[in-house]
Design a protein around this ligand. Structure first.
Ligand SMILES: *[C@@H]1O[C@H](CO)[C@@H](O)[C@H](O)[C@H]1NC(C)=O
Ligand SMILES: *[C@@H]1O[C@H](CO)[C@@H](O)[C@H](O)[C@H]1NC(C)=O
Ligand SMILES: *[C@@H]1O[C@H](CO)[C@@H](O)[C@H](O)[C@H]1NC(C)=O
Ligand SMILES: *[C@@H]1O[C@H](CO)[C@@H](O)[C@H](O)[C@H]1NC(C)=O
Length: 458
Protein backbone atom coordinates (compact mmCIF):
# COMPACT_ATOMS: atom_id res chain seq x y z
CA UNK A 1 0.00 0.00 0.00
CA UNK A 2 1.24 3.44 -0.70
CA UNK A 3 1.77 6.12 1.96
CA UNK A 4 -1.43 7.84 2.94
CA UNK A 5 -0.31 11.27 2.02
CA UNK A 6 -3.07 12.99 0.17
CA UNK A 7 -1.96 13.10 -3.39
CA UNK A 8 -4.34 14.27 -6.04
CA UNK A 9 -4.76 11.67 -8.71
CA UNK A 10 -6.46 12.28 -11.97
CA UNK A 11 -8.75 9.44 -12.78
CA UNK A 12 -8.21 9.50 -16.47
CA UNK A 13 -10.32 6.61 -17.50
CA UNK A 14 -11.69 6.10 -20.91
CA UNK A 15 -14.53 3.87 -19.93
CA UNK A 16 -18.01 5.16 -20.44
CA UNK A 17 -19.68 6.29 -17.26
CA UNK A 18 -23.03 4.70 -16.59
CA UNK A 19 -25.88 7.09 -16.08
CA UNK A 20 -28.68 4.68 -15.22
CA UNK A 21 -28.98 3.75 -11.54
CA UNK A 22 -29.30 0.15 -10.38
CA UNK A 23 -32.56 -0.95 -8.82
CA UNK A 24 -31.97 -2.12 -5.27
CA UNK A 25 -34.60 -3.24 -2.80
CA UNK A 26 -32.70 -3.92 0.40
CA UNK A 27 -35.61 -5.96 1.78
CA UNK A 28 -35.41 -8.47 -1.05
CA UNK A 29 -32.41 -10.83 -1.24
CA UNK A 30 -33.13 -11.51 -4.93
CA UNK A 31 -32.94 -7.80 -5.69
CA UNK A 32 -29.67 -7.54 -3.79
CA UNK A 33 -28.29 -10.52 -5.72
CA UNK A 34 -29.28 -9.03 -9.09
CA UNK A 35 -27.68 -5.72 -8.18
CA UNK A 36 -24.44 -7.32 -6.98
CA UNK A 37 -24.28 -9.42 -10.13
CA UNK A 38 -24.18 -6.28 -12.25
CA UNK A 39 -21.60 -4.59 -10.05
CA UNK A 40 -19.43 -7.74 -9.80
CA UNK A 41 -19.31 -7.92 -13.59
CA UNK A 42 -18.03 -4.33 -13.54
CA UNK A 43 -15.26 -5.36 -11.13
CA UNK A 44 -14.36 -8.27 -13.38
CA UNK A 45 -14.01 -5.94 -16.34
CA UNK A 46 -10.99 -4.29 -14.72
CA UNK A 47 -9.08 -7.54 -14.35
CA UNK A 48 -6.80 -8.63 -17.18
CA UNK A 49 -4.45 -11.02 -15.33
CA UNK A 50 -6.04 -14.13 -16.83
CA UNK A 51 -5.36 -13.03 -20.41
CA UNK A 52 -2.63 -14.73 -22.39
CA UNK A 53 0.69 -12.98 -21.70
CA UNK A 54 -0.62 -11.17 -18.62
CA UNK A 55 0.14 -12.12 -14.99
CA UNK A 56 -2.55 -13.73 -12.84
CA UNK A 57 -2.93 -11.73 -9.63
CA UNK A 58 -2.06 -8.34 -11.09
CA UNK A 59 -4.32 -5.49 -12.11
CA UNK A 60 -3.27 -3.14 -14.89
CA UNK A 61 -1.50 0.12 -13.95
CA UNK A 62 -2.04 2.23 -11.93
CA UNK A 63 -3.36 -0.37 -9.52
CA UNK A 64 -1.01 -2.05 -7.06
CA UNK A 65 -0.62 -5.72 -6.34
CA UNK A 66 -2.25 -5.63 -2.92
CA UNK A 67 -5.45 -4.23 -4.40
CA UNK A 68 -5.71 -7.24 -6.68
CA UNK A 69 -5.44 -9.51 -3.63
CA UNK A 70 -8.18 -7.51 -1.96
CA UNK A 71 -10.33 -7.74 -5.10
CA UNK A 72 -10.21 -11.53 -4.98
CA UNK A 73 -11.37 -11.30 -1.37
CA UNK A 74 -14.42 -9.44 -2.69
CA UNK A 75 -15.01 -12.19 -5.26
CA UNK A 76 -14.74 -14.93 -2.62
CA UNK A 77 -17.37 -13.19 -0.52
CA UNK A 78 -19.44 -12.57 -3.64
CA UNK A 79 -19.54 -16.29 -4.31
CA UNK A 80 -20.24 -17.03 -0.63
CA UNK A 81 -23.14 -14.59 -0.37
CA UNK A 82 -24.75 -15.10 -3.76
CA UNK A 83 -23.75 -18.62 -4.86
CA UNK A 84 -22.60 -17.26 -8.23
CA UNK A 85 -19.29 -19.00 -8.98
CA UNK A 86 -18.49 -17.03 -12.14
CA UNK A 87 -15.24 -15.69 -10.70
CA UNK A 88 -13.99 -18.70 -8.75
CA UNK A 89 -11.65 -19.94 -11.47
CA UNK A 90 -9.79 -16.65 -11.91
CA UNK A 91 -9.65 -16.31 -8.12
CA UNK A 92 -7.99 -19.68 -7.58
CA UNK A 93 -5.63 -19.14 -10.50
CA UNK A 94 -4.47 -15.76 -9.19
CA UNK A 95 -4.06 -16.84 -5.58
CA UNK A 96 -2.01 -19.87 -6.52
CA UNK A 97 0.13 -17.82 -8.92
CA UNK A 98 0.97 -15.28 -6.19
CA UNK A 99 2.06 -17.71 -3.46
CA UNK A 100 5.68 -16.71 -4.07
CA UNK A 101 8.92 -17.52 -2.24
CA UNK A 102 8.81 -18.04 0.68
CA UNK A 103 5.39 -19.55 0.13
CA UNK A 104 3.49 -16.85 1.98
CA UNK A 105 2.27 -14.35 -0.62
CA UNK A 106 5.74 -12.91 -1.03
CA UNK A 107 6.31 -13.04 -4.78
CA UNK A 108 9.79 -11.76 -5.71
CA UNK A 109 8.27 -9.46 -8.37
CA UNK A 110 6.79 -7.33 -5.58
CA UNK A 111 9.90 -7.09 -3.38
CA UNK A 112 10.65 -3.44 -4.16
CA UNK A 113 7.39 -2.27 -2.56
CA UNK A 114 6.26 -5.22 -0.48
CA UNK A 115 4.66 -4.04 2.78
CA UNK A 116 3.40 -6.20 5.60
CA UNK A 117 -0.04 -4.78 4.78
CA UNK A 118 0.23 -5.84 1.13
CA UNK A 119 1.15 -9.39 2.07
CA UNK A 120 -1.59 -9.40 4.70
CA UNK A 121 -4.35 -8.40 2.28
CA UNK A 122 -3.65 -11.51 0.23
CA UNK A 123 -3.50 -13.47 3.50
CA UNK A 124 -6.88 -12.08 4.53
CA UNK A 125 -8.31 -13.19 1.19
CA UNK A 126 -7.03 -16.71 1.93
CA UNK A 127 -8.59 -16.45 5.40
CA UNK A 128 -11.99 -15.66 3.87
CA UNK A 129 -11.50 -18.60 1.52
CA UNK A 130 -10.93 -20.94 4.48
CA UNK A 131 -13.81 -19.46 6.50
CA UNK A 132 -16.23 -19.63 3.57
CA UNK A 133 -15.19 -23.14 2.50
CA UNK A 134 -13.94 -21.94 -0.84
CA UNK A 135 -12.45 -25.18 -2.19
CA UNK A 136 -8.68 -25.61 -1.71
CA UNK A 137 -6.71 -25.74 -4.97
CA UNK A 138 -5.65 -29.29 -5.71
CA UNK A 139 -1.96 -30.02 -5.21
CA UNK A 140 -1.31 -26.54 -3.75
CA UNK A 141 -0.99 -25.16 -0.27
CA UNK A 142 -4.37 -24.95 1.40
CA UNK A 143 -5.94 -21.53 2.02
CA UNK A 144 -5.61 -22.03 5.75
CA UNK A 145 -1.91 -22.87 5.54
CA UNK A 146 -1.34 -19.80 3.41
CA UNK A 147 -2.82 -17.61 6.13
CA UNK A 148 -0.71 -19.44 8.70
CA UNK A 149 2.32 -18.84 6.47
CA UNK A 150 1.59 -15.11 6.41
CA UNK A 151 1.30 -15.13 10.20
CA UNK A 152 4.46 -17.21 10.68
CA UNK A 153 6.47 -14.91 8.41
CA UNK A 154 5.20 -11.71 10.05
CA UNK A 155 5.73 -12.68 13.68
CA UNK A 156 9.57 -12.71 13.43
CA UNK A 157 9.33 -9.16 12.00
CA UNK A 158 7.79 -7.86 15.24
CA UNK A 159 10.26 -5.11 16.04
CA UNK A 160 10.90 -4.34 19.70
CA UNK A 161 14.03 -2.31 18.99
CA UNK A 162 11.89 0.79 18.68
CA UNK A 163 8.52 1.85 20.09
CA UNK A 164 8.28 -1.17 22.37
CA UNK A 165 7.17 -3.37 19.46
CA UNK A 166 5.03 -3.23 16.35
CA UNK A 167 5.41 -4.21 12.73
CA UNK A 168 7.15 -1.82 10.41
CA UNK A 169 5.18 -0.97 7.31
CA UNK A 170 7.69 -2.32 4.81
CA UNK A 171 9.07 -5.83 5.01
CA UNK A 172 12.51 -4.96 3.66
CA UNK A 173 14.67 -2.30 5.28
CA UNK A 174 15.88 -0.92 1.96
CA UNK A 175 12.42 0.14 0.89
CA UNK A 176 11.09 3.65 1.48
CA UNK A 177 8.71 3.72 4.41
CA UNK A 178 10.44 1.02 6.42
CA UNK A 179 10.66 3.39 9.40
CA UNK A 180 6.89 3.90 9.50
CA UNK A 181 4.88 1.68 11.81
CA UNK A 182 1.40 1.87 10.39
CA UNK A 183 -1.98 0.89 11.70
CA UNK A 184 -3.08 -1.14 8.71
CA UNK A 185 -0.04 -3.47 8.94
CA UNK A 186 -0.48 -4.00 12.67
CA UNK A 187 -4.26 -4.11 12.38
CA UNK A 188 -3.95 -6.76 9.68
CA UNK A 189 -1.73 -8.90 11.94
CA UNK A 190 -4.35 -8.43 14.68
CA UNK A 191 -7.14 -9.41 12.27
CA UNK A 192 -5.35 -12.47 10.90
CA UNK A 193 -4.30 -13.64 14.36
CA UNK A 194 -7.81 -13.21 15.78
CA UNK A 195 -9.45 -15.08 12.90
CA UNK A 196 -6.84 -17.85 12.93
CA UNK A 197 -7.43 -18.21 16.68
CA UNK A 198 -11.18 -18.45 16.12
CA UNK A 199 -10.71 -20.92 13.25
CA UNK A 200 -8.12 -23.22 14.83
CA UNK A 201 -8.46 -22.70 18.60
CA UNK A 202 -4.64 -22.40 18.79
CA UNK A 203 -3.78 -19.96 21.58
CA UNK A 204 -0.56 -18.77 19.89
CA UNK A 205 -2.79 -16.78 17.55
CA UNK A 206 -4.97 -15.22 20.23
CA UNK A 207 -1.86 -14.22 22.20
CA UNK A 208 -0.55 -12.38 19.14
CA UNK A 209 -3.89 -10.73 18.49
CA UNK A 210 -3.81 -9.35 22.03
CA UNK A 211 -0.18 -8.31 21.65
CA UNK A 212 -0.78 -6.40 18.41
CA UNK A 213 -3.89 -4.66 19.76
CA UNK A 214 -2.23 -3.72 23.06
CA UNK A 215 0.80 -2.34 21.27
CA UNK A 216 -1.34 -0.17 19.00
CA UNK A 217 -3.11 1.17 22.10
CA UNK A 218 0.21 1.80 23.85
CA UNK A 219 1.54 4.11 21.14
CA UNK A 220 -1.78 5.81 20.48
CA UNK A 221 -2.61 4.33 17.08
CA UNK A 222 -5.88 3.39 18.77
CA UNK A 223 -7.31 6.22 20.85
CA UNK A 224 -9.13 5.77 24.15
CA UNK A 225 -12.41 6.36 22.31
CA UNK A 226 -11.60 3.85 19.53
CA UNK A 227 -10.50 6.03 16.68
CA UNK A 228 -7.80 4.51 14.51
CA UNK A 229 -5.02 6.75 13.25
CA UNK A 230 -2.83 6.09 10.25
CA UNK A 231 0.61 5.42 11.74
CA UNK A 232 3.70 6.64 13.52
CA UNK A 233 7.40 6.83 12.79
CA UNK A 234 10.01 4.83 14.66
CA UNK A 235 12.49 7.64 14.02
CA UNK A 236 10.78 9.42 16.89
CA UNK A 237 10.19 6.18 18.78
CA UNK A 238 6.49 6.39 17.89
CA UNK A 239 5.87 9.48 19.99
CA UNK A 240 4.19 11.33 17.11
CA UNK A 241 1.09 9.96 15.43
CA UNK A 242 -0.33 10.79 12.00
CA UNK A 243 -3.98 11.32 12.94
CA UNK A 244 -5.63 10.78 9.58
CA UNK A 245 -8.50 8.26 9.82
CA UNK A 246 -9.44 5.68 7.18
CA UNK A 247 -12.47 3.42 7.01
CA UNK A 248 -10.43 0.27 6.54
CA UNK A 249 -8.49 0.72 9.77
CA UNK A 250 -11.75 0.86 11.72
CA UNK A 251 -13.08 -2.15 9.81
CA UNK A 252 -10.04 -4.38 10.21
CA UNK A 253 -10.12 -3.92 13.99
CA UNK A 254 -13.90 -4.19 14.18
CA UNK A 255 -13.92 -7.66 12.64
CA UNK A 256 -10.87 -8.77 14.62
CA UNK A 257 -12.58 -7.66 17.83
CA UNK A 258 -15.74 -9.52 16.74
CA UNK A 259 -13.69 -12.71 16.28
CA UNK A 260 -12.11 -12.23 19.72
CA UNK A 261 -15.51 -11.65 21.34
CA UNK A 262 -17.00 -14.67 19.57
CA UNK A 263 -14.20 -16.94 20.69
CA UNK A 264 -14.24 -15.77 24.31
CA UNK A 265 -18.03 -16.01 24.46
CA UNK A 266 -18.01 -19.51 22.96
CA UNK A 267 -15.32 -20.61 25.43
CA UNK A 268 -17.37 -19.21 28.32
CA UNK A 269 -14.59 -16.78 29.27
CA UNK A 270 -16.82 -14.02 30.61
CA UNK A 271 -13.99 -11.61 31.47
CA UNK A 272 -12.48 -11.67 27.98
CA UNK A 273 -15.91 -11.66 26.38
CA UNK A 274 -16.84 -8.52 28.32
CA UNK A 275 -13.54 -6.86 27.40
CA UNK A 276 -13.96 -7.51 23.68
CA UNK A 277 -17.63 -6.69 23.69
CA UNK A 278 -16.84 -3.29 25.17
CA UNK A 279 -14.15 -2.70 22.59
CA UNK A 280 -16.35 -3.80 19.73
CA UNK A 281 -19.17 -1.51 20.85
CA UNK A 282 -16.68 1.34 21.09
CA UNK A 283 -15.25 0.66 17.64
CA UNK A 284 -18.69 0.56 16.04
CA UNK A 285 -19.70 3.78 17.78
CA UNK A 286 -16.50 5.52 16.66
CA UNK A 287 -17.27 4.77 13.00
CA UNK A 288 -19.74 7.67 13.29
CA UNK A 289 -17.00 9.72 11.72
CA UNK A 290 -17.42 7.74 8.47
CA UNK A 291 -21.16 8.16 8.19
CA UNK A 292 -22.35 11.33 6.64
CA UNK A 293 -24.66 13.53 8.66
CA UNK A 294 -25.55 16.05 5.97
CA UNK A 295 -28.66 15.24 3.98
CA UNK A 296 -27.90 11.54 3.68
CA UNK A 297 -27.67 10.13 7.18
CA UNK A 298 -25.94 6.78 7.62
CA UNK A 299 -24.21 6.89 4.24
CA UNK A 300 -20.56 5.85 4.31
CA UNK A 301 -17.93 8.40 3.35
CA UNK A 302 -14.13 8.24 3.14
CA UNK A 303 -14.10 11.35 5.20
CA UNK A 304 -10.41 12.21 4.77
CA UNK A 305 -10.56 12.54 1.02
CA UNK A 306 -13.99 12.48 -0.58
CA UNK A 307 -15.09 16.04 0.10
CA UNK A 308 -11.75 17.53 -0.89
CA UNK A 309 -11.43 15.33 -3.97
CA UNK A 310 -8.08 13.90 -2.90
CA UNK A 311 -8.71 10.13 -2.72
CA UNK A 312 -5.95 8.15 -4.42
CA UNK A 313 -6.39 4.81 -6.14
CA UNK A 314 -5.90 2.78 -2.94
CA UNK A 315 -8.18 4.96 -0.86
CA UNK A 316 -11.04 4.67 -3.33
CA UNK A 317 -11.30 1.01 -2.35
CA UNK A 318 -11.26 1.43 1.43
CA UNK A 319 -15.04 1.57 1.87
CA UNK A 320 -15.12 -1.96 0.42
CA UNK A 321 -13.25 -3.25 3.46
CA UNK A 322 -15.26 -1.41 6.09
CA UNK A 323 -18.39 -2.85 4.42
CA UNK A 324 -16.87 -6.33 4.25
CA UNK A 325 -15.89 -6.27 7.90
CA UNK A 326 -19.23 -4.88 9.01
CA UNK A 327 -20.67 -8.02 7.41
CA UNK A 328 -18.15 -10.28 9.16
CA UNK A 329 -18.94 -8.53 12.45
CA UNK A 330 -22.68 -9.10 12.10
CA UNK A 331 -22.08 -12.78 11.35
CA UNK A 332 -19.81 -13.44 14.31
CA UNK A 333 -21.32 -11.02 16.85
CA UNK A 334 -25.02 -11.05 15.95
CA UNK A 335 -25.94 -8.48 18.61
CA UNK A 336 -24.17 -5.83 16.50
CA UNK A 337 -26.74 -6.05 13.71
CA UNK A 338 -29.00 -3.47 15.22
CA UNK A 339 -26.32 -0.79 15.03
CA UNK A 340 -24.61 -1.93 11.81
CA UNK A 341 -27.43 -2.93 9.48
CA UNK A 342 -29.16 0.47 9.17
CA UNK A 343 -25.88 2.01 8.06
CA UNK A 344 -25.07 -0.73 5.60
CA UNK A 345 -28.54 -0.49 4.11
CA UNK A 346 -28.55 3.28 3.74
CA UNK A 347 -25.07 3.14 2.22
CA UNK A 348 -26.03 0.40 -0.24
CA UNK A 349 -29.12 2.31 -1.36
CA UNK A 350 -27.04 5.43 -1.94
CA UNK A 351 -24.32 3.43 -3.72
CA UNK A 352 -26.88 1.78 -6.01
CA UNK A 353 -28.05 5.20 -7.16
CA UNK A 354 -24.47 5.94 -8.19
CA UNK A 355 -24.17 2.59 -10.00
CA UNK A 356 -24.97 1.24 -13.43
CA UNK A 357 -23.65 -1.63 -15.52
CA UNK A 358 -20.11 -1.77 -16.88
CA UNK A 359 -16.52 -1.05 -15.95
CA UNK A 360 -17.14 2.58 -15.02
CA UNK A 361 -20.43 1.63 -13.46
CA UNK A 362 -20.13 2.99 -9.94
CA UNK A 363 -19.22 6.42 -8.63
CA UNK A 364 -17.33 7.38 -5.47
CA UNK A 365 -19.32 9.84 -3.40
CA UNK A 366 -22.46 7.99 -2.39
CA UNK A 367 -23.53 10.70 0.06
CA UNK A 368 -23.91 13.21 -2.76
CA UNK A 369 -27.05 11.50 -3.95
CA UNK A 370 -28.05 11.35 -7.56
CA UNK A 371 -26.27 9.50 -10.33
CA UNK A 372 -22.66 8.38 -10.88
CA UNK A 373 -20.38 11.26 -9.90
CA UNK A 374 -17.91 10.41 -12.65
CA UNK A 375 -15.18 9.20 -10.28
CA UNK A 376 -14.83 5.60 -11.37
CA UNK A 377 -12.28 2.83 -11.01
CA UNK A 378 -11.68 -0.58 -9.50
CA UNK A 379 -11.85 0.84 -5.96
CA UNK A 380 -15.23 2.49 -6.48
CA UNK A 381 -16.50 -0.68 -8.13
CA UNK A 382 -15.32 -2.93 -5.27
CA UNK A 383 -16.76 -0.62 -2.63
CA UNK A 384 -20.18 -0.73 -4.25
CA UNK A 385 -20.00 -4.51 -4.58
CA UNK A 386 -19.07 -5.04 -0.93
CA UNK A 387 -21.61 -2.60 0.49
CA UNK A 388 -24.36 -4.47 -1.36
CA UNK A 389 -23.29 -8.08 -0.91
CA UNK A 390 -22.75 -7.76 2.83
CA UNK A 391 -26.47 -7.06 3.20
CA UNK A 392 -26.89 -10.78 2.54
CA UNK A 393 -25.73 -11.94 5.98
CA UNK A 394 -29.03 -13.76 6.53
CA UNK A 395 -28.35 -15.93 3.48
CA UNK A 396 -25.23 -17.57 4.94
CA UNK A 397 -24.25 -19.35 8.13
CA UNK A 398 -21.08 -17.40 8.88
CA UNK A 399 -17.38 -18.24 8.99
CA UNK A 400 -16.56 -21.86 9.85
CA UNK A 401 -13.70 -23.13 11.99
CA UNK A 402 -11.83 -26.42 12.25
CA UNK A 403 -14.48 -27.83 14.64
CA UNK A 404 -17.45 -26.27 12.84
CA UNK A 405 -17.28 -27.58 9.31
CA UNK A 406 -13.96 -26.17 8.06
CA UNK A 407 -12.36 -28.11 5.21
CA UNK A 408 -9.09 -26.28 4.54
CA UNK A 409 -6.04 -28.25 5.66
CA UNK A 410 -4.01 -27.02 8.64
CA UNK A 411 -0.23 -26.94 8.34
CA UNK A 412 1.14 -25.12 11.41
CA UNK A 413 4.66 -25.18 9.94
CA UNK A 414 3.63 -23.18 6.88
CA UNK A 415 5.85 -20.20 6.14
CA UNK A 416 8.92 -21.70 7.76
CA UNK A 417 10.68 -21.83 4.38
CA UNK A 418 12.36 -18.50 4.90
CA UNK A 419 10.11 -16.33 6.99
CA UNK A 420 12.06 -16.97 10.15
CA UNK A 421 15.10 -15.30 8.68
CA UNK A 422 14.65 -12.00 10.43
CA UNK A 423 15.40 -9.09 8.19
CA UNK A 424 17.86 -6.60 9.73
CA UNK A 425 15.88 -4.44 12.17
CA UNK A 426 18.14 -1.57 13.21
CA UNK A 427 16.69 1.85 12.54
CA UNK A 428 18.61 2.97 9.52
CA UNK A 429 20.58 6.14 9.31
CA UNK A 430 21.55 7.42 5.90
CA UNK A 431 25.15 6.45 6.60
CA UNK A 432 24.49 2.80 7.27
CA UNK A 433 21.67 2.39 4.77
CA UNK A 434 24.00 0.94 2.18
CA UNK A 435 25.34 -1.58 4.69
CA UNK A 436 21.92 -2.68 5.79
CA UNK A 437 20.82 -2.83 2.19
CA UNK A 438 23.63 -5.18 1.33
CA UNK A 439 23.01 -7.35 4.35
CA UNK A 440 19.34 -7.57 3.46
CA UNK A 441 20.23 -8.18 -0.15
CA UNK A 442 22.28 -11.17 0.93
CA UNK A 443 19.37 -12.53 2.91
CA UNK A 444 17.16 -11.95 -0.08
CA UNK A 445 19.54 -13.57 -2.48
CA UNK A 446 19.41 -16.59 -0.22
CA UNK A 447 15.63 -16.48 0.00
CA UNK A 448 14.90 -15.95 -3.60
CA UNK A 449 17.79 -17.72 -5.25
CA UNK A 450 18.00 -16.18 -8.65
CA UNK A 451 16.25 -13.03 -7.56
CA UNK A 452 19.38 -10.91 -7.13
CA UNK A 453 18.50 -8.75 -10.10
CA UNK A 454 15.40 -7.59 -8.29
CA UNK A 455 17.46 -5.70 -5.77
CA UNK A 456 20.21 -4.39 -7.96
CA UNK A 457 17.85 -2.85 -10.43
CA UNK A 458 15.86 -3.77 -13.43
C1 LIG B 1 6.71 -11.99 -12.28
O1 LIG B 1 6.92 -11.26 -13.48
C2 LIG B 1 7.08 -12.08 -14.64
C3 LIG B 1 7.41 -11.15 -15.79
O2 LIG B 1 6.41 -10.19 -15.96
C4 LIG B 1 5.83 -12.91 -14.88
O3 LIG B 1 6.02 -13.76 -15.98
C5 LIG B 1 5.54 -13.74 -13.64
O4 LIG B 1 4.34 -14.44 -13.82
C6 LIG B 1 5.44 -12.84 -12.42
N1 LIG B 1 5.25 -13.66 -11.24
C7 LIG B 1 4.31 -13.37 -10.37
C8 LIG B 1 4.22 -14.29 -9.19
O5 LIG B 1 3.55 -12.42 -10.45
C1 LIG C 1 10.77 3.95 23.05
O1 LIG C 1 9.43 3.60 23.41
C2 LIG C 1 9.35 2.43 24.21
C3 LIG C 1 7.89 2.07 24.40
O2 LIG C 1 7.09 3.18 24.58
C4 LIG C 1 10.07 2.67 25.51
O3 LIG C 1 9.98 1.51 26.32
C5 LIG C 1 11.52 3.00 25.22
O4 LIG C 1 12.19 3.29 26.42
C6 LIG C 1 11.62 4.19 24.28
N1 LIG C 1 12.99 4.36 23.87
C7 LIG C 1 13.60 5.54 23.89
C8 LIG C 1 15.00 5.57 23.41
O5 LIG C 1 13.02 6.56 24.27
C1 LIG D 1 -19.75 -17.12 16.55
O1 LIG D 1 -19.63 -17.03 15.14
C2 LIG D 1 -20.32 -18.03 14.43
C3 LIG D 1 -19.99 -17.84 12.97
O2 LIG D 1 -18.61 -17.96 12.79
C4 LIG D 1 -21.80 -17.94 14.73
O3 LIG D 1 -22.47 -18.99 14.07
C5 LIG D 1 -22.03 -18.04 16.22
O4 LIG D 1 -23.40 -17.87 16.49
C6 LIG D 1 -21.23 -16.99 16.94
N1 LIG D 1 -21.32 -17.18 18.36
C7 LIG D 1 -22.00 -16.36 19.15
C8 LIG D 1 -21.96 -16.69 20.61
O5 LIG D 1 -22.63 -15.41 18.75
C1 LIG E 1 -0.09 -23.09 16.90
O1 LIG E 1 0.33 -22.10 15.97
C2 LIG E 1 1.72 -21.88 15.91
C3 LIG E 1 1.98 -20.74 14.94
O2 LIG E 1 1.54 -21.05 13.64
C4 LIG E 1 2.43 -23.16 15.50
O3 LIG E 1 3.82 -22.96 15.52
C5 LIG E 1 2.05 -24.28 16.46
O4 LIG E 1 2.62 -25.49 16.00
C6 LIG E 1 0.54 -24.42 16.51
N1 LIG E 1 0.18 -25.43 17.49
C7 LIG E 1 -0.53 -26.49 17.16
C8 LIG E 1 -0.83 -27.43 18.29
O5 LIG E 1 -0.92 -26.70 16.02
Amino acid sequence: MKPSTLVYTVVGLLSPIATSAIELNVDDPESIKSATKIVAAGVRDWYTGDRVGDTPGNLPDPYYWWLCGAMFGSFIDYWYYTGDDSYNTITTQAMVHQIGTPQAFMPPNQTSTLGNDDQAFWGITAMSAAENKFPDAEGQMSWLSLVIAVFNTQVPRWNTRTCGGGLNWQIFTFNNGYDYKNTISNGALFNIAARLAKYTGNSTYSEWAVKAYDWELSVGLISQDYHFYDGTTERKNCTEVNHIQWTYNAGIHMSGAAAMWNMSETAGDTTQAALWRGRLEGIIKATDVFFSADGTPNVMIEVACERNGLCDHDQRSFKAYLSRWMGYTMLTAPWTRESIMPRLRASAVAAAKQCGPGKGGCGLRWWQGGVNDGEVGIGEQMSALEVMQNLLVDQVSGPVGEQTGGISKNDPTAGSDGGNLVIEHDPITTADRAGAGILTALVLAFLFGGGWWLITGD
